[in-house]
Design a protein around this ligand. Structure first.
Ligand SMILES: *[C@@H]1O[C@H](CO)[C@@H](O)[C@H](O)[C@H]1NC(C)=O
Ligand SMILES: *[C@@H]1O[C@H](CO)[C@@H](O)[C@H](O)[C@H]1NC(C)=O
Ligand SMILES: *[C@@H]1O[C@H](CO)[C@@H](O)[C@H](O)[C@H]1NC(C)=O
Ligand SMILES: *[C@@H]1O[C@H](CO)[C@@H](O)[C@H](O)[C@H]1NC(C)=O
Ligand SMILES: *[C@@H]1O[C@H](CO)[C@@H](O)[C@H](O)[C@H]1NC(C)=O
Ligand SMILES: *[C@@H]1O[C@H](CO)[C@@H](O)[C@H](O)[C@H]1NC(C)=O
Ligand SMILES: *[C@@H]1O[C@H](CO)[C@@H](O)[C@H](O)[C@H]1NC(C)=O
Length: 287
């Protein structure tokens, strides 16, 4: 009696299970990019870093080239035009990132003198920044005003640095008054606080400066609003990774350019045969 009922139910059970497994398998496959890009980057005290940034626990397809970050000794770093910056915060609505030069972190005398320069196809300088200029090994006989002189103790001995919150009237390197110069952006509010003696040069530099991101935020916002995660595909085009598959713009849009990876049919058939055998054993041995 019991076994008869099971036998009559068996085809139905089998079909349902196979259907469920098919769905699960295809979800697992397509979920991979969605799952990976759902993870934000957390490093040190900085968290919630997502598109266009990638690296650490986010695969490169979750971001854009040029926005790779690294977590080094609990500090989130980005390399822009061969200079390492520590990321202090990000603002996804602007969108922008606040960075501070790693070589100027805690010192005004880095081992090498490199001017701040950004890749303008990835970043821009928003308003509210002032360029500070640091000059090294200057001829003390020259007369010029408007700077603050400080001495750094380094492994290479004491170095005198002249700091200007505004550009000096002449380029002191070009006129050979100093041997090296470096310009570093700071927030204008920090430069003003500095001029009013309310902060130190080091504090102003360590506050960092903001960089706008040259990305299409509308594109990503639409994807996120539809429940997707932003990223890019193999040819570098924008992709919206969704629970079911990847779309060109937003989730569930029957879009050309959708690139969901489906499970090859033969693997399903193999699975089904194995499963069928297993079910047979369960039913016919136990009853
Ligand atoms: C995402 O992908 C990256 C790189 O392939 C990997 O290191 C990371 O563990 C993945 N994270 C998740 C949550 O799958
Ligand atoms: C600037 O970024 C773009 C986009 O990632 C890249 O193609 C280009 O090579 C970069 N330029 C420099 C000078 O690094
Ligand atoms: C930044 O990246 C470039 C190549 O992408 C590399 O040559 C350079 O050493 C890196 N700079 C730092 C400070 O890590
Ligand atoms: C420093 O400047 C003075 C005055 O311009 C000049 O006479 C002197 O040669 C300079 N010293 C060096 C080391 O360049
Ligand atoms: C950086 O810029 C400053 C000010 O414009 C200039 O004096 C200096 O020579 C530049 N430094 C380098 C290393 O190019
Ligand atoms: C800031 O301090 C310097 C040196 O102590 C002084 O010469 C200057 O007048 C001060 N500036 C203001 C705005 O208080
Ligand atoms: C990549 O994305 C672009 C833009 O969304 C699309 O036109 C292209 O067909 C996609 N390529 C692949 C290989 O999916």
């Amino acid at each position: 009696m019991h076994s008869l009922l099971l036998q009559s139910l068996f085809p139905l059970l089998l079909i349902t299970s196979v259907l469920l497994i098919n769905v699960e398998l295809s979800l697992c496959q397509d979920n991979e990019q969605y799952t990976n890009c759902s993870e934000a980057i957390n490093c040190g005290g900085i968290g919630g870093i997502s598109y266009p940034f990638w690296g650490v626990n986010r695969a490169n397809y979750c971001g854009l080239p040029g926005f790779e970050v690294k977590c080094q000794d609990n500090v989130l770093m980005i390399n822009i035009s061969s200079i390492n910056y520590r990321i202090l915060k990000t603002d996804s609505t602007a969108p922008s990132v606040t960075v501070a030069r790693q070589d100027y972190w805690g010192t005004l005398c880095p081992p090498t003198y490199v001017n701040t320069s950004i890749n303008f196809s990835l970043f821009n300088y928003p308003s509210g920044l002032t360029s500070m200029t640091f000059y090294y090994a200057c001829n003390t006989s020259i007369t010029i005003s408007g700077y603050t002189s400080e001495v750094c103790s380094t492994n290479n001995g004491d170095i005198t640095v002249w700091s200007f919150t505004q550009n000096p009237p002449v380029d002191l390197v070009a006129t050979r008054a100093c041997t090296a110069g470096v310009s570093v952006p700071v927030f204008t509010t920090a430069a003003q606080a500095l001029e009013a003696n309310r902060t130190t040069i080091q504090e102003a530099v360590d506050e960092g400066f903001e960089l706008g991101l040259e990305i299409d935020n509308v594109e990503c916002n639409s994807c996120v609003q539809s429940g997707g995660k932003c990223g890019h595909n193999a040819t570098g085009g924008f992709s919206c990774f969704c629970l079911d598959q990847a779309y060109a713009a937003v989730c569930n849009a029957a879009a050309p350019g959708a690139q969901g990876t489906s499970v090859p049919l033969h693997s399903l058939i193999n699975y089904r045969i194995e499963f069928q055998d297993w079910w047979h054993q369960q039913f016919f041995i136990t009853s």
